[in-house]
Design a protein around this ligand. Structure first.
Ligand SMILES: Nc1ncnc2c1ncn2[C@@H]1O[C@H](COP(=O)(O)OP(=O)(O)OP(=O)(O)O)[C@@H](O)[C@H]1O
Ligand SMILES: [Mg+2]
Length: 294
């Protein structure tokens, strides 16, 4: 069936490499959803910087209407893994991946997949707010569709700007200065604008790498509220160093670590957030979540 979505355009018709056995209705470990229909999952995904294996063999599933927190000590590969999920890792010279990341049943690394369309379907928000500072607030929101060469009428543009800024919880603060440069917004507002920019192309998944680490506590809480609102329409994966934040915003938590020096980062344990914090199965998870290392 053809729906003309960015995802579909990203994939050539015969590009789905998922073996039929994999597409069977195997229940998901966390919420029972059928695996073939999951928004995103990785299978045996490894991340290299040249010869250096930074992250090894991560198999992880990201469910509809849910927030997954990636936690673990500095250097264990959270950002590297996250960037691999929308093919941004490969933008670093000599960096590459092995294994699979599967977006709605189709491997994003498959030959014929268009990385630009994949990054549209799997958006990203970074640690430091990075709006285009000299562009207007409205033009920042419209940057995604413009970059994707989506032609919009004037009224569609107006609607998209309002709808998206409302979605990012920023509309009331900026509705009277949509043509002002984005660089004039506070850090928290800039981060919400970046979220709006990512939402402007209606992604399936939003990857967030410590999106609050440069923000004050008030702005942090606003972003956390926003994450809760957004999860109804976009699957969210968030890297955070803040255990309270992981506990507040996520449904599922995945713990990564480097067990022995010189080894790559690995996924140690994944489960429902409450369970991960109150009753982790692995002693390494227990040590980390109780603050004994990391
Ligand atoms: N551009 C790069 N080139 C080479 N190696 C890199 C690069 N970026 C990261 N690495 C290495 O990959 C490993 C994982 O780094 P990464 O930044 O993904 O960790 P992290 O878990 O996100 O850490 P933090 O919590 O400090 O952000 C580290 O050994 C790091 O040195
Ligand atoms: Mg990082």
């Amino acid at each position: 069936m053809t729906d003309g979505s960015p995802l579909e355009k990203a994939m050539s018709a015969e590009s789905d490499p998922t073996p039929s056995s994999e597409r069977a209705e195997r229940p998901n470990a966390v919420n029972g959803a059928a695996v073939a229909e999951l928004p995103l999952r990785s299978r045996d995904l490894s991340c290299y910087y040249g010869k250096h294996l930074a992250v090894e063999g991560v198999t992880l599933e990201f469910c509809e209407n849910s927030v997954t927190a990636l936690i673990g000590p500095s250097g264990c590969g959270k950002s590297t893994y996250l960037r691999s999920l929308n093919r941004m890792h490969e933008l670093i010279p000599n960096a590459y991946n092995t294994g699979e990341a599967v977006l709605r049943g189709t491997n994003i690394f498959e030959r014929g997949a268009d990385p630009v369309a994949i990054r549209r379907a799997i958006g990203m928000v970074f640690q430091r707010p990075n709006p285009f500072p000299t562009k207007s607030i409205a033009d920042n929101v419209l940057a995604g569709p413009k970059f994707s060469r989506v032609k919009l009428s004037r009224s569609d543009r107006t609607d998209l700007v309002e709808h998206t800024l409302r979605g990012a919880g920023l509309w009331n603060e900026v509705k009277n200065r949509l043509n002002a440069p984005a660089g004039g917004l506070s850090g928290g507002q800039q981060q919400r604008l970046c979220i709006a920019r990512a939402l402007g192309v209606e992604p399936e998944v939003l990857l967030m790498d410590e999106p609050c680490s440069a923000l004050d506590p008030q702005s942090t809480l606003r972003i956390e509220d926003l994450i809760q609102e957004l999860k109804d329409r976009v699957t969210i994966v968030i890297v955070t160093h803040n255990m309270q934040q992981a506990a507040r915003v996520s449904d599922t938590t995945a713990f990564f670590t480097i067990t022995n020096e010189g080894e790559p980062g690995r996924l140690i344990e994944v489960g429902q957030t409450e369970e991960m914090f109150s009753n982790p199965k692995d002693p390494q998870t227990e040590a980390y979540v109780s603050g004994r290392f990391g």
